[in-house]
Design a protein around this ligand. Structure first.
Ligand SMILES: Nc1ncnc2c1ncn2[C@@H]1O[C@H](COP(=O)(O)OP(=O)(O)OP(=O)(O)O)[C@@H](O)[C@H]1O
Ligand SMILES: [Mg+2]
Length: 326
């Protein structure tokens, strides 16, 4: 299943996604972790030192390879140049699976050892001013969107994305690519204002959005979040000395994370597992086509000089049973 962590800057997206990834790895679940946030901190939060984090290959710099691999022999996609971030798979496209080796993982993913097992980590690479706020051909998150749209994920397989809740993801449709979106919010007005904005987009597209309260101390914080977000509040996390020790470069073993936080992580997993069971691949495919046509019209056709609507394979439905070209 596909899971996103979004929220205001500094709310704890990276911290909570990294804890959730550790939780899954400790349970032996296969995980692809993706850092698609402006502040690329997921590697260090998973325990990489500065040099290892800096050496991670940037997906944004390997867009051509990703496109070439994914388009495979799909006759509707004439070249990597005409493949934009929303170009959907069709017959002949190559698909990705969580548990496999493929050239995209070879080029873009690195194993990270955690207590209990290793996960694959992929990062978009550092953002520049030119990457922000524009629905653009070279967008860094475009590489992630292509991977998500070509990824056939099963139950008990997890793709966890640490990302921004920026206008890019609303324009491209990236925010609709997840079974569940965890919105990390501190108990402050600004924390919940991001929730309100996201909720507006989310409800138009049937996106499952749950709030994870972070840095919640005591009843007043809890009451505030309840009053502001109601039933969307899934769980809260308090200050964690374990996280603080990690920040000091002295990570304790994961089993020593506070019990209440272990429980919170279990709630996240249960909620994610429950939404995967509702996955409707046809709806999922229709939404990617919807956003592709929208992006084709607003900038893609003009940018590539091609009619990108012709890339849509009307009979194709992404799904576990699909056998793609090899
Ligand atoms: N529950 C927690 N307990 C202790 N420290 C925390 C907790 N949550 C977050 N922090 C700390 O707060 C800071 C911000 O958290 P984090 O980097 O996860 O936020 P973010 O939303 O990813 O921020 P950015 O927008 O910069 O990417 C970090 O120093 C992190 O260690
Ligand atoms: Mg972050």
């Amino acid at each position: 299943m596909k899971i996103a962590f979004v929220g205001k800057g500094g709310s704890g997206k990276t911290t909570l996604s990294s804890l959730f990834i550790r939780h899954l790895a400790a349970a032996g679940a296969p995980v692809v972790a993706i850092d698609a946030d402006i502040n690329q901190h997921l590697g260090p939060a998973l325990g990489l030192d500065e040099a290892d984090a800096a050496a991670l290959p940037a997906m944004g710099e390997r867009l051509a390879l990703i496109k070439d691999y994914l388009r495979g022999s799909n006759p509707r996609i004439a070249s990597a140049e005409t493949m934009i971030k929303t170009t959907p798979p069709g017959e002949g496209s190559r698909l990705l699976r969580v548990c496999e080796d493929n050239p995209v993982y070879d080029a873009c993913a690195r194993p990270v050892e955690l207590d209990g097992g290793a996960v694959r980590l992929m990062v978009t690479g550092p953002f520049t001013d030119a990457d922000l706020g524009v629905a653009c051909y070279h967008s860094k998150t475009g590489a992630v969107e292509l991977c998500l749209n070509h990824l056939v994920d099963g139950p008990e397989e997890y793709v966890v994305v640490d990302m921004t809740a920026g206008s890019d993801s609303f324009a491209s449709g990236m925010f609709t690519r997840f079974d569940i979106t965890f919105l990390v919010a501190e108990p402050t007005r600004r924390g919940v204002s991001v929730y309100r904005q996201y909720k507006e987009y989310a409800s138009d597209y049937g996106v499952t959005l749950k709030v994870v309260g972070n840095k919640v101390h005591g009843q007043d914080d809890l009451d505030f979040l309840r009053a502001e977000v109601g039933d969307d509040l899934l769980v809260t996390v308090g200050h964690s000395d374990w996280v603080r020790a990690l920040e000091k470069g002295r990570p304790p073993r994961f089993e020593f994370l506070e019990d209440a936080n272990h429980r919170a992580l279990r709630r996240l997993r249960t909620a994610a597992d429950a939404t995967y069971e509702l996955r409707d691949w046809e709806h999922y495919t229709r939404q990617m086509v919807h956003f592709h046509l929208k992006n084709a019209q607003t900038w893609g056709n003009e940018r590539t000089g091609a009619d990108l609507a012709a890339q849509v394979d009307p009979s194709f439905v992404l799904g576990e049973g699909v056998t793609a070209a090899v």
